[in-house]
Design a protein around this ligand. Structure first.
Ligand SMILES: *Cc1c(COP(=O)(O)O)cnc(C)c1O
Length: 356
């Protein structure tokens, strides 16, 4: 979270804009929250340059719930093709099996999720209702530098992207997208809010078993107020959208993301102690997993590195439990100085031969 946003939220906690209540105390149908919601929708549309023929839905359940909600709404119970590039897209394909004929069109599992399978090699089916990709794999640190152009591959199915961990860090080419979803908690705000952006013509085909609160058409027809929305999370995300627009929007975030990522990758690549195993053309700007070589002490040195990092105020650097090692998640709110300090500590740690 950007510190300025937390400061604003703290100042407005007890009394929002002099109305005598905090946001958590408002009726979600009252004029104060209605104003917050309307502003949030319009700021988000501007920030991500979302065309008018896409609906913005503010939902709950996180990214994992969307792994079920999207097939419930778009699959018709038929074929859906998945491109597996890491843990998240793998999870999506497994969950979808409950609702549709999910097939793996391509996978990088044989390279331990370190390379991006070229779109020209994807085995897409004529009858697929949509094609699912995860545009940034948070755990394996693999990112699509451009979205696939399915039409150019001769595929008429809409593209669904799980962009949870890099949304608002680079522009989205909406001409290639049918639906995008993202849990808010990485780049947009606090946990509890899930963003769905869906092309209008894809609405209206949910399976009969789809819960009403998860039916895109119902949510859309009710302006994301079919049931009580996560009002405080929406308010916080709204403050983040305003902050992002003030910073220069997605373009400015992209410039900063490139700068942060280059700084860390250059330090990793120049080091004899640390390494990142991902192919250069698909390295993530947001989530950078890195490891200490066996010769330099492997797991034991990693534990020492983390202890020393915590003493220096460098937190949350432990790698995901499924891959181990270290991971720096450089989301939008991370100042460049956070990376400079991390790099300085890595160099110090290496000079001292792995003694924290
Ligand atoms: C974090 C994340 C999710 C999140 O799932 P939750 O259900 O919100 O915990 C989904 N997809 C990706 C790519 C993620 O990084």
């Amino acid at each position: 979270m950007p510190e300025a946003v937390l400061q604003t939220a703290a100042a407005e906690m007890l009394d929002w804009h002099g109305c005598g209540m905090g946001v958590m105390e408002m009726s979600h149908r009252g004029k104060e929250f209605s104003a917050i919601l309307a502003q949030t929708f319009s700021d988000l549309r501007q920030l991500l340059a979302i065309p008018e023929h896409f609906k913005i839905l503010l939902m709950q359940g996180g990214g994992l719930a969307e792994n079920a909600i999207v097939p419930l709404n778009l699959s018709n119970g038929g074929g859906v093709d998945f491109v597996v590039t890491g843990s998240w897209s793998h999870k999506s394909s497994q969950e979808a099996l409950r609702y549709c004929d999910a097939k793996i069109a391509a996978s990088n599992a044989s390279s331990q999720h370190r390379h991006m399978p070229p779109a020209s090699t994807w085995q897409l089916r004529e009858q697929a209702h949509y094609v699912h990709v995860c545009s940034n794999e948070t755990i394996h640190g693999v990112e699509m530098q451009t979205l696939p152009d399915l039409a150019a591959l001769g595929c008429k199915a809409p593209l669904v992207i799980d962009c949870s961990s890099h949304i608002a860090s680079r522009p989205i080419d909406w001409s290639k997208v049918g639906l995008a979803f993202a849990g808010a908690q990485k780049n947009l705000g606090p946990a509890g809010l899930t963003l769905v952006v869906v092309r209008e013509d894809l609405l209206g085909q949910a399976l009969a078993i789809c819960p009403s609160a998860f039916n895109f058409t119902t949510v859309s027809d009710n302006n994301s107020m079919f049931n009580t929305p996560p009002t405080y999370a929406i308010y916080m995300a709204g403050l983040v959208f305003q902050w992002l627009l003030q910073q220069g929007g997605v373009e400015a975030m992209q410039t900063l993301a490139i700068e942060r990522a280059n700084l860390l990758y250059n330090a990793i690549d120049a080091s004899e102690m640390f390494y990142n195993p991902v192919a250069h053309d698909c390295r993530s700007r947001m989530n950078i997993p890195f490891f200490i070589t066996q010769e330099a002490g492997g797991q034991a040195a990693t534990e020492r590195f983390l202890l020393g990092a915590a003493l220096r105020g460098l937190l949350q650097l432990k790698g995901h439990k499924s891959v181990g090692g270290l991971r720096a998640s450089l989301y939008n709110a991370m100042p460049l100085q956070g990376v400079t300090r991390l790099v300085a500590y890595m160099q110090e740690f290496e000079r001292q031969g792995g003694a924290a």
